[in-house]
Design a binder for this molecule. Structure first.
Ligand code: TRP
Length: 324
């Protein structure tokens, strides 16, 4: 039997290059080898969102991006978290096996509590328990995530161990699976690529928008004049070149070091390379977005398939816990 993989994606809007290189590309690659379940985690989004009027649209936009990026509903289960309400039931039950002290020490909780002191809600403390419920509802063994999620996974494993000790062996201990491109730096050359910092490029951006963003990107800060030699190893544009212009990457490095290639030309060429790389994905996206009935069908069938598995787990959990 194929190993089961689960991952959750927060519906923060459209997918950008950072999400794609850091995670989504890996999800697509795993579809053939593993039994993959991917979930757009709209309930998790509620722990930090106060204005939710865009949430539903964001979930849909993200679904379209995931399909355009190559997730195939015939190969994996792709669904929306709140459409499988069993996860909230399991979240409540796992809460009984989770000491509060464990949750209060989670670094992301402390960070979020600082970021939103006016909204330190109960759901925020429970975030890792809900994430554990996501994973173990399907008894997944491997969880592809970025580095920032490893503390959450460690906690998931502790909750599973405690549950299994108290109620008998039920869940496998999930293991994190880091991507080969774990952190994509944004166009500011400083922070992680993210929508909130506006240092990102959306997959669905137009070629013109993409070029404009790339042209605004920060390069080697030590290179002030066109005639100054560059340092590709510290340049974020060069990192992106490695991915988008692999055939000429050595040439780019030596031309940069000898100052025969300027940053403006380099960025123009990178913008064109990104646009060429994303062209088929963008064409697919336009086709999918034009077929609303198809999107509805994917979302509905994904939830049905996930729910069929979830129901079986819940019967077992309730029996183990003495409810049935
Ligand atoms: N916390 C994850 C993030 O912010 C999203 C997530 C929710 C998740 N549930 C999950 C990831 C289960 C992996 C498995 O990116």
């Amino acid at each position: 039997m194929k190993k089961r993989v689960f991952s959750g994606i927060r519906p923060t809007g459209r997918i950008h290059l950072g999400n794609y290189l850091g995670a989504v590309q890996n999800y697509v690659a795993m579809q053939d080898e593993y039994d993959c379940i991917y979930c757009v985690v709209d309930i998790h989004a509620l722990t930090t969102l106060e204005d939710t009027h865009l949430l539903k649209d964001n979930v849909r936009e993200q679904m379209i991006d995931l399909l355009a990026a190559g997730l195939d509903p015939d190969k994996c289960i792709l669904f929306v978290q709140s459409h499988v309400p069993e996860v909230t039931e399991l979240f409540t039950l796992l809460g009984m096996a989770t000491p509060l002290s464990w949750l209060l020490r989670v670094p992301t909780f402390k960070e979020k509590a600082k970021q939103q002191p006016h909204n330190v809600n109960y759901g925020l403390v429970g975030y890792p328990v809900l994430m554990t419920a996501d994973i173990v509802l399907y008894k997944a063994e491997a969880v592809p995530v970025g580095e920032d999620q490893l503390p959450h996974l460690e906690l998931a494993r502790e909750i599973v161990r405690r549950f299994n000790d108290q109620f008998g062996p039920t869940f496998p201990e999930p293991k994190g699976k880091l991507t080969s491109f774990p952190m994509v730096v944004g166009l500011d050359g400083r922070d992680k690529m993210s929508k909130s910092l506006n240092n990102h490029i959306e997959l669905a951006a137009t070629p013109e928008e993409t070029m404009k963003k790339v042209m605004s990107a920060v390069t080697d800060p030590a290179r002030r004049l066109r005639s100054d030699p560059g340092h590709p190893e510290v340049c974020n544009i060069y990192k992106l070149q490695k991915h988008f212009s692999p055939a000429i990457v050595d040439e780019i490095a030596s031309e940069c070091q000898s100052a025969s290639r300027g940053c403006v030309d380099c960025k123009k060429q990178l913008g064109a390379a990104i646009n060429e790389y994303l062209a088929p994905l963008r064409a697919r996206r336009a086709e999918i977005a034009a077929d609303q009935a198809y999107i509805d069908k994917v979302i509905k069938e994904g939830a049905e398939k996930a729910r069929a598995i979830a129901r079986v787990t819940m019967v077992e959990v309730k029996q183990k816990m003495g409810l049935l």
